[in-house]
Design a protein around this ligand. Structure first.
Ligand SMILES: CC(C)(COP(=O)(O)OP(=O)(O)OC[C@H]1O[C@@H](n2cnc3c(N)ncnc32)[C@H](O)[C@@H]1OP(=O)(O)O)[C@@H](O)C(=O)NCCC(=O)NCCS
Length: 285
């Protein structure tokens, strides 16, 4: 068994093939990493820190394990560990120890995000004393074959303030504030809205990446107007937007116990793709 402690461009072709092969299977699936080899290759080549973060384990010429991380602010998101062969405590403990030695000094939190069927990754995270921080259901739909149409309304300047208030009230502790969403708006990042008597009652924040993968990042309806069909209308309108954008597939991720939202998504035609678990580790300094 041979460890490469810091991957280089020379390793990238094999590494991206390995990650793509592994990540396409639920029992090896890590949520932060894609499944398309070219996409993985391009993501890593554009980010030298991500490339350098990878520790690769080989048996002969064959990669049997890999672990990398994506660093932002005080947090790293784990790309792995991908463990092809039987769980080997010695090898996986070495991976952890090697990773800890190379972390940027600013890191305070380590996040893991894997499929609930990825028992090897879960075993590793639990063994390293990560806490389970949430369970998420990932749903998908092909917008091009979606029949119902509702039409959509893009957020206009006059509702910017109301949008920020509504979003921040519905999602007080999330990854984008209302203001951050406004700063992202462009051709591929849109807020679609529903209004009643000139009041903003609901919105959906929809995005499309360069590979035409669509995502519904947030959908929310003012609690006073919930259960009146507004969410359903917004979601059908969102699918019209994705159709117009020629999106290939639309994905969304929701807290696994948010039955209201999951029922809405299923009613619109989404199907469950994956059940994911998120884990968090706080580094003691
Ligand atoms: C999820 C949410 C957007 C639904 O909006 P809504 O306008 O209330 O939904 P609708 O009235 O269009 O209902 C559509 C379907 O959703 C489901 N649904 C809505 N409210 C529900 C509830 N309280 N319990 C169970 N299912 C519910 C039902 O399947 C419903 O269809 P039905 O009326 O035929 O039973 C809304 O509850 C909300 O804003 N929640 C807080 C924010 C949130 O959690 N967003 C999702 C994560 S990003």
């Amino acid at each position: 068994m041979k460890f490469t402690d810091s991957a280089t461009v020379v390793d990238l072709e094999n590494l991206s093939a390995f990650l793509s092969e592994m990540n396409s299977l639920p029992e090896y699936h890590i949520g932060y990493c894609g499944t398309n080899q070219e996409e993985i290759y391009n993501t890593i080549i554009k980010d030298p820190e991500l490339l350098k973060s990878f520790i690769i384990v080989k048996k002969g010429e064959k990669i049997i394990s890999a672990l990398g991380y994506d660093f932002y602010d005080e947090t790293i998101e784990l790309w792995g560990p991908f463990i092809r062969e039987e769980y080997n405590t010695e090898m996986t403990t070495t991976l952890w120890a090697k990773m800890l030695t190379k972390l940027p000094k600013e890191v305070k939190y380590i996040l893991g995000y894997c499929n609930e069927k990825n028992f090897k990754c879960i075993t590793w995270l639990v063994d390293k004393k990560f806490d389970l921080s949430g369970k998420h259901t990932v749903l998908q739909i092909d917008p091009q074959s979606h029949k119902d149409s509702a039409g959509f309304h893009l957020l206009k300047d006059e509702y910017f303030k109301d949008f920020v208030v509504l979003h921040n009230n519905l999602f007080p502790n999330t990854y984008y504030t209302g203001m951050q969403i406004l700063n992202k708006l462009d051709d591929n990042n849109a807020v679609l809205v529903e209004t009643i008597d000139s009041s903003l009652v609901g919105y959906a924040f929809v995005t499309q990446d360069s590979l035409k993968n669509g995502n519904v990042e947030f959908i929310g309806v003012n609690p006073r107007y919930q259960k009146k069909g507004i969410g359903y209308k917004l979601m059908n309108g969102a699918l019209d937007w994705f159709k117009l954008k020629k999106s290939r597939e639309v994905i969304l991720s929701v807290n696994a116990n948010n039955t209201q939202a999951i029922n809405l998504y299923k009613k619109v035609g989404f199907t469950i793709k994956d059940e994911m678990c998120s884990y968090r580790f706080k580094l003691e300094k």
